[in-house]
Ligand binder design. Structure first.
Ligand SMILES: C[S@@+](CC[C@H](N)C(=O)[O-])C[C@H]1O[C@@H](n2cnc3c(N)ncnc32)[C@H](O)[C@@H]1O
Length: 340
């Protein structure tokens, strides 16, 4: 048995293909890969700096590579929004650092969330213009550009790969009732986001996901090195895979860090749940997997003598862990049901 891979939704893929045909006509796999390499090198040299939308490689590289990957991560994170926020609690959505509208294209696939006001805040006129033109390819949602946020009660702020980049212009934490932040899963940015979690709690918001509680973050307080991140297995479409053959990096799994914080309190049904915050770690005589269900740094553990350990995806949620025997931070769990 293996962990199922996520794919681009047909609708999102079609939007990207239409945009590539329109904005990068005639670019073949090799040309696209060369643009991707340049933008990737740019981000490596200047981490956290703004996307260089004025460079000719930025647009095709974003459409062919960064948007599909960010979109798959964001779609996975929206499963948690659906799990914890009732649709009627979200009155409008503000997309900060919206780029070419990754948030909008992921919203198009959220059948549980009927379209409602969607506002995009994007500093680059070029990116905002391309995003606007892309809406003519067919969209249920209608994104409107705004210079500054004027949220009403029930507004959701979305930051997809833009939160730590926009530190100097962040709105007041109390201005939004819900916050969804997705960041690259580097140690530095993951830990910075874990630090922000306490500021959201101090502002009266509850960290609904990936956190299972509002107590101290065990990865932050019990380790100088760990950072909370998730992993999703990815199977790109054929055109993506053939472009990827010309790239030094392969994307079989995608990692990310995220935080969903809200004034909506955690549903009682999820109290005591455990989040899987690590990959399976095979060791001599046992297999361990890090979990989060409170302020302690803990692991599920399965002894080899009891048979094959289960394959639980990194990021899954276990609602009921039963009453396992606990030994030195290890929970000797039995069969478990999980959702992902
Ligand atoms: C890495 S891109 C992410 C784009 C998109 N959210 C995504 O997930 O694909 C970050 C975006 O934030 C924008 N940005 C950076 N600083 C900003 C600011 N102060 N106000 C508005 N947009 C900003 C950049 O121009 C860029 O389009």
């Amino acid at each position: 048995m293996s962990i199922p891979a996520q794919k681009l939704s047909p609708r999102f893929e079609q939007t990207l293909k239409s945009a590539l045909a329109h904005f990068a006509p005639g670019a073949d796999d090799r040309a696209l890969a060369s643009h991707v390499k340049k933008l990737s090198d740019y981000y490596l040299i200047a981490p956290g700096s703004a996307t260089p939308w004025d460079k000719d490689f930025a647009l095709p590289a974003t459409l062919a590579y960064f948007m599909p990957l960010n979109g798959v991560r964001l779609a996975q994170v929206f499963r948690e929004v659906q799990r914890f926020l009732p649709s009627e609690a979200i009155t409008e959505i503000w997309d900060f650092g919206s780029g070419l509208g990754t948030t909008q294209w992921v919203l198009e696939d959220q059948t549980w969330l009927e379209p409602r006001p969607l506002y995009s805040i994007e500093i680059s006129g070029r990116a905002a213009k391309v995003h606007d033109e892309m809406q003519t390819f067919g969209a249920r949602w209608k994104s409107e550009a705004r210079r500054a946020p004027t949220p009403k009660r029930g507004a959701l702020a979305v930051f997809s790969y833009s939160f730590l980049e926009m530190q100097k212009t962040l709105p007041d934490l109390a201005a939004f009732d819900h916050w969804l932040i997705l960041e690259p899963s580097t140690r530095e940015r993951g830990r910075a986001l874990m630090d922000w979690r306490s500021q959201f709690i101090a502002a009266g918001l509850e960290p609904l996901a990936p956190c299972t509680h509002s107590l101290a973050c065990p990865l932050l307080t019990h380790s100088p090195r760990d950072w909370c991140h998730m992993r999703v297995h990815f199977e790109g479409p054929e055109w993506f895979q053939s472009m990827e053959e010309h790239l030094p990096m392969k994307n079989r799994t995608l990692t990310y860090s995220y935080l969903l914080a809200s004034r909506v309190v955690r549903d009682e049904a999820w109290r005591g749940a455990a989040r899987i915050v690590g990959d399976t770690l095979p060791e001599k005589g046992k297999t361990r997997q890090m979990i989060c269900r409170g302020p302690q740094r803990e692991f599920f553990s399965w002894l080899r003598k009891n048979g094959e350990p289960p394959l639980i995806p990194h990021g899954a949620l276990v609602k009921d862990i039963g009453t396992p025997e606990i030994k030195g931070g290890e929970l000797r769990v039995g069969p478990l049901e999980w959702t992902f």
